[in-house]
Design a protein around this ligand. Structure first.
Ligand code: GDP
Ligand code: MG
Length: 319
């Protein structure tokens, strides 16, 4: 099917992206499944803890070639996300593919120099490539174009000619449908809301406590635990009886160290979870204790801003 829709690309081959820093190689590479992309930046990060660390480039390139070799031996489609503007680098890649009888595609990401330079601006310091280097890469890319066929590439295409938005959105859509359970699986269910608040990394640690009926029968308790450290949370599906949704975290009662009640404070983000775990929320003004209330007499302040749009967020998360 892929070969029918995208006649320029073989179903399984070696795809070598060629372009200066900022040309859009990594953006394009993300339209393939992550397992198929060998990113030199990514491997620099794995070898040296910093994708921009130049002194580990040779080691990262070694690892890239090793993985490529093993993938080619299995006839797996592989995308090389690196500048690849040097002929010697490209020739080595093409030779690896030829040894395994895999077709090779050069994808030229021919973004104008001024755009490549402009895109360095917003990057973090360790990812910003010096102007001279970008200029040289761009020049080398322009120069290399005529040689690509002679170097042994079976196909040479401009990135602009590809139809990659469609497979990209298709894959994202499949992931989304699975999360929503529309593919026949259980889906993420309530965890969609948990993810919206706290991010996906928290999900594997999240456990709903069965049978909990704190305060009202509809509220649920959950726990985030890793080894000795844990947080207890409550999901309120009707905070203050006004149809708001939200999570509270269990804290020590700030009003009485001997208190037998439960003190809860609203949490809106993973930063709040971090604060709750490290004690930085122990004197949070929004703490409400089941024995001491909010410690003040008037019952007005039930969160000025944070909760107003939670219902809409929930609706968004499950839509
Ligand atoms: P690389 O250095 O060649 O890997 O360049 P990147 O893929 O990191 O692209 C740099 C930035 O350019 C990205 O963060 C995007 O915002 C933007 N960009 C790159 N390619 C495209 C594209 O095809 N369309 C759009 N809209 N933005 C792009
Ligand atoms: Mg990149």
């Amino acid at each position: 099917m892929t070969s029918v829709l995208y006649p320029d690309l073989p179903e399984n081959g070696l795809i070598v992206l060629i372009g200066a820093s900022g040309a859009g190689k990594s953006t394009l590479a993300r339209t393939w499944p992550a397992s198929q992309v060998l990113s030199l930046d990514g491997l620099r990060g794995m070898v040296g803890d910093d994708p921009g660390r130049q002194d580990v480039t040779a080691d990262a390139a070694d690892v890239l070639k090793l993985i490529l070799e093993r993938r080619m031996a299995r006839k797996l489609n592989t995308v090389i996300d690196a500048t690849n503007v040097e002929q010697s680098v490209r020739v080595e890649l093409v030779m690896a593919a030829k040894r395994h009888g895999m077709p090779t595609v050069a994808v030229v990401v021919a973004t104008p120099l001024d755009v490549c330079l402009e895109r360095q601006g917003p990057r973090p310091d360790n990812r910003r490539v010096p102007e001279d280097t970008v200029r040289a890469q761009h020049q080398a890319r322009v120069h290399s174009h005529q040689q690509l066929a002679a170097e042994g590439f079976n196909t040479v295409v401009f990135a602009d000619a590809l139809y990659r938005l469609e497979p990209f959105l298709k894959r994202l859509s499949q992931v989304r449908e699975a999360e929503l359970g529309r593919d026949g699986s259980a889906g993420l269910g309530d965890l969609l809301l948990v993810r919206r608040f706290f991010g996906s990394e928290v999900l594997p640690l999240w456990r709903w406590r069965p049978g909990s009926d704190l305060v009202t029968g509809r509220d649920r308790l959950a726990e985030i635990r890793l080894g000795q450290q844990s947080l207890i949370l409550a999901f309120r599906d009707d905070v203050d009886g006004e149809g708001d949704f939200g999570f509270d975290v269990l804290l020590p009662c700030p009003f009485d160290a001997e208190c037998a009640g439960q003190a809860w404070a609203p949490v809106y983000s993973v930063t709040d979870l971090y604060k709750a775990l490290t004690g930085a929320m122990d004197s949070d003004p929004d703490i409400v204790c089941t024995v001491h209330g909010d410690g003040v007499d008037d019952d007005q302040d039930d969160d000025p801003e944070g909760r107003a749009d939670l219902e809409a967020q929930y609706a968004d998360a499950v839509a």
